[in-house]
Ligand binder design. Sequence first.
Ligand SMILES: NC(=O)C1=CN([C@@H]2O[C@H](COP(=O)(O)OP(=O)(O)OC[C@H]3O[C@@H](n4cnc5c(N)ncnc54)[C@H](O)[C@@H]3O)[C@@H](O)[C@H]2O)[C@H](O)CC1
Ligand SMILES: [K+]
Length: 478
Amino acid sequence: MRIEDVYIWDINAKWLGITPFQLMENAGAGVARVIEDRFGKGLKVAVFCGTGNNGGDGFVAARHLSFENDVTVFLVGDEAKIRSEEAKLNWNILKNLEFVKVEILKDSSQIRSLDLSNFDVIVDALLGAGTKGEPREPIRSAIEKINEYSGKAKIVSIDLPSGYPSEVRVKCDFAVTFQWDKEEFRDFERVIVKIGYPRELYHLVGPAHVKFAFRRKGEHKGQNGKLLVIGGSENYYGAPYLAAKAASYLVDLVFLLTPETVARKITDPNLIVREAKGRNLSPEHLNMALELAERVDAIVLGPGIGTSEETKEFVKEFLRRCDKPIVIDADALKVVAEDLSLVKGKKAVLTPHAGEFYRLFGVRPEGSLEEKAKLVMEKARESDVVVLLKGPYDIISDGRGWYYNRTGNRGMTTGGTGDVLAGVVGAFLALGNEPLRAAQAGAFLVGYAGDLVKEEKGEAFTALDVVNKIVEALRRCE
Ligand SMILES: NC(=O)C1=CN([C@@H]2O[C@H](COP(=O)(O)OP(=O)(O)OC[C@H]3O[C@@H](n4cnc5c(N)ncnc54)[C@H](O)[C@@H]3O)[C@@H](O)[C@H]2O)[C@H](O)CC1
Ligand SMILES: [K+]
């Protein structure tokens, strides 16, 4: 698990109804318990708190420790800067306690003159997962002050030694970190306390996956994602349009390569339509497709593409010669089913429904969520791509872990929502996300948009209704 996961778990925990207040209470209580387990009671404890939630954990730990120890809290910084509701609540509780001494240290001179020699334990709750860069004053002086007592007092850091990973960091005896170890943590001892997360969070896709996937990096047009949608045929023109339209809300440019019969029906100014002569895509359009692919960040291949022989030839050759991140959906999956080596090791997301999954892998996804998930994970690992199995719960795997998405409703069985999903996953790929994150974010966002439609219209709606709710759903994930 990485530090970013801390924020993903917090946000998705909130989605499950677990509040940051509960998490902070459990974190601070866990720190207090470890300190008393290790060092006994009747201790003289100094708790150095910053103004973020690391400090908030310190406020809680101070309150728990004050029951049988002599506690002094040093707030380092301006109390007006205490930002989160949960930290503010715990600060206000602490300030009103007679049996906890509270001192506010606003600048470094106050810190430099501190004498901590009569404290048995010093708790470092200055900086945690929200640290950016080298420690700045007055936090820096507090770190240096605490380090003067390394080897004299017991020094316990909350979550991680403040200042880490920079050289200016607290020399702690150990850090109490939460729920699981983090792969970025090196060269300091950790004690892990659980703070009440259910196992669900290992697997649940939530709004945090969208929040972290929708990163608009560039300032200039075209820097925030360029996508190419390849699809449409003599029988289908809606599908490629839905995929392209959905994506156009998330990225800067969307190109749509489609047969002329389809192109003529699409007049949406947000889409850059490129006509392929004839009624279906065929090998004669390969160069045009490859040249367009060179200009974009990601590709969606398949919506409405049909199953004519010349189109299957086109799909095969295109997959052989294009290495851009790609979503493969609908009838293009039929071509992949004939030869999985076409996608092996690509930055690809396959988006089959149950029938297409059977066609691809020769086995029906049946049984419990966990049984289906293990099957999806096995097939994703074998084919070395991300598989997003669509269903009442979408199941997603990159072959290493498995995730499931609960947003969406029965109204989503209406035609075209699969095209919308393919377009949105493609857009998240074009924004620079890894295939797994793109699939997680796409599944959640499209289902959530469908839920917003249902709130308004009940379960009778069209895929275009879902497209029109994507921006609203995205805003709620931010
Ligand atoms: N799920 C969990 O594991 C939980 C973790 N909790 C605790 O929350 C912190 C992360 O809190 P956050 O508010 O995001 O950030 P920090 O408190 O670490 O720091 C932000 C604070 O510090 C200032 N700041 C940032 N960088 C610097 C710097 N280089 N120098 C000086 N000051 C800096 C910034 O302006 C903010 O004011 C996590 O570590 C856990 O301890 C939850 O409480 C429980 C769930
Ligand atoms: K800390």
